[in-house]
Design a protein around this ligand. Structure first.
Ligand SMILES: Cc1cc2nc3c(=O)[nH]c(=O)nc-3n(C[C@H](O)[C@H](O)[C@H](O)COP(=O)(O)OP(=O)(O)OC[C@H]3O[C@@H](n4cnc5c(N)ncnc54)[C@H](O)[C@@H]3O)c2cc1C
Length: 267
């Protein structure tokens, strides 16, 4: 398992501070990265690191593949409200990485990272997953006798319309990709709409189960999920966990900035 980690930076990716200094046939990496998803299971990690200071902050960033078993790497888990520990802080302390683990050309990592991020954002669309969840929610609503509630039907229909539009966009970008074109800044649209729909569905699930969720959310905060009613327990956990969606992969505010500049041409 591996992931892409933008070390020592958040939205302002080009300001990243984790450094890699050449020492013979190795780079020596120092720095840290918070919020590294599943780092505790990863064997390898792709890192954007600063190998030199360029005229522009985007210059001098390199792309390194690092073996997670290398001495000097510490992974510290972060426990979240849903009782999970999916995310971690990763520390690099004099980590020696063979020069052959450099991807592409030294100092050109910004371009590689941007390319990969387009695909990461594309993958966050999740139109098929949202379709499945909407189907499950319809079943839950029927089981709980609220399926004919007009307000609930209105919310489900609005989400379904947005989801269908998202699926259409996703298929369009997929066929472009098959024809050899990159997703480009359009991937930001998929990230925004896909994550908003996923959060709206999590809210809907919570509202459908109503007060039945309360004892389970308590159990989750204590780290003891109750299996008696997994759907209700899952509603609370999913709502808490999915707050992340509009932040990770580049926050949705940043995606809107990308669309404003690169698609609408605003300055
Ligand atoms: C749960 C979780 C998992 C993650 N997993 C990974 C991972 O596996 N790998 C990885 O590399 N990273 C990961 N991240 C990091 C994630 O990409 C960053 O958190 C994200 O890019 C936001 O950066 P930040 O947290 O530093 O917030 P900041 O950059 O400090 O932003 C704070 C707020 O300010 C807003 N903001 C910042 N700049 C602007 C601007 N110019 N215009 C308008 N609004 C702005 C942001 O939208 C946000 O609301 C994860 C984050 C989370 C929360």
């Amino acid at each position: 398992m591996s992931g892409l980690f933008r070390t020592g930076a958040g939205s302002d990716l080009a300001s990243l501070t984790t450094s890699a200094v050449r020492d013979g046939d190795h780079y020596v990496v120092n720095g840290q990265k918070i919020w590294t998803t599943w780092a505790q299971w990863a064997d390898w990690i792709f890192c954007l690191v600063r190998t030199h200071k360029g005229e522009r902050p985007q210059q001098g960033i390199s792309f390194l593949l690092i073996d997670m078993r290398t001495p000097g790497i510490t992974v510290r888990p972060i426990r979240t409200l849903d009782g999970e520990a999916e995310f971690n802080e990763v520390f690099f302390n004099d980590v020696r990485v063979p020069v052959e683990n450099l991807i592409g050309t030294e100092g050109e990592g910004w371009g590689y990272g941007k390319y990969l991020l387009e695909y990461e954002r594309f993958s966050m669309s999740g139109a098929a997953r949202s379709k499945r969840i909407l189907g499950e929610l319809k079943e839950d609503a029927a089981r709980l006798g609220v399926a004919n509630d007009p307000l609930l039907q209105d919310r489900m229909t609005r989400i379904e319309i947005q989801r269908l539009a998202l699926e259409h966009m996703e298929l369009k970008l997929l066929s472009q990709s098959e024809a050899g074109e990159n997703p480009g800044p359009e991937a930001s649209k998929l990230k925004i709409r896909g994550t908003e729909i996923a959060q709206a569905l999590a809210q809907l699930r919570l509202d459908i189960w109503g007060s039945q969720v309360l004892p389970y959310s308590e159990a989750f905060l204590e780290g003891e999920a109750d299996a008696e009613n997994p759907a209700a327990a899952g509603a609370a956990a999913a709502w808490l966990n999915l707050r992340k969606l509009t932040i990770w992969g580049g926050s949705n505010e940043i995606q809107r900035m990308i669309l404003a500049k690169q698609v609408l041409g605003l300055r």
